[in-house]
Design a protein around this ligand. Structure first.
Ligand SMILES: C[S@@+](CC[C@H](N)C(=O)[O-])C[C@H]1O[C@@H](n2cnc3c(N)ncnc32)[C@H](O)[C@@H]1O
Length: 195
């Protein structure tokens, strides 16, 4: 399953467990799904923890910044790293923040030993925050898009540039890679992140 799959029926067969205007969280087969807006656009699913484990490697440490809260799966995972001092998550959509706060711990399939006290969530545009903050971060995770294509690549490039300004000299940025990204967009993405 990917965020861009159209054939999911979580919103028919699943149970709506949290909602705030445009943001709705469903539970199906013991997994959470977040859709935003009309038309059932899927923005996050709990099974993506596997991608986060693979892509974040052992990078999270020190002062961490994350762009895009979604279901908070990556946030919770980052907060399991003992060397993480604190994590600031920037989320543009207030509905997502509200729906996230309604999710009960027992509804989550991922049982992570994370430190919630080190987490703060801010309602802002990640680009503006990254340019304006005086804080410099050791680790930044960018995940504010539901797919990688000609529409989202400009946003990813702008966000990457903005986050570079908020990074410490030896810091590390990871931008979420959708493993289903077609070759041409994959190559563009790799250029943006300097691979
Ligand atoms: C793919 S979801 C994040 C999934 C998340 N990593 C998780 O573990 O569930 C992307 C999120 O980024 C948010 N977003 C989109 N553009 C943004 C921006 N410019 N600044 C901050 N958040 C943004 C969306 O509202 C959405 O909640």
């Amino acid at each position: 399953m990917s965020r861009s799959d159209k054939g999911l029926i979580y919103f028919q067969d699943g149970e709506l467990i949290a909602a705030s205007n445009q943001a709705r969280v469903y539970k199906m087969n013991n997994e959470l799904f977040l859709e935003i807006g009309e038309g059932h656009t899927l923005w996050a699913l709990e099974s993506e923890l596997e991608d986060y484990i693979e892509q974040l490697k052992d990078y999270p440490k020190g002062k961490c910044l994350e762009i895009g809260l979604g279901l908070g799966v990556a946030s919770r995972y980052i907060l399991t790293f003992p060397k993480v001092e604190h994590l600031t998550t920037i989320e543009i959509n207030r509905d997502v923040i509200n729906a996230h706060s309604e999710i009960k711990e027992e509804d989550r399939s991922t049982d992570l030993a994370y430190n919630a006290n080190k987490h703060r969530i801010l309602n802002a545009n990640g680009i503006e925050y990254a340019y304006q903050t005086k804080q410099k971060y050791d680790f930044i995770f960018i995940d504010c898009y539901d797919r990688i294509d000609e529409e989202t690549l400009p946003l990813i490039a702008d966000m990457y540039m903005a986050c570079s300004m908020a990074l410490k000299p030896r810091g590390k940025i990871v931008a979420w890679l959708d493993k289903y990204t077609p070759g041409e967009y994959y190559n563009e993405f790799q250029k943006i992140i300097g691979v």
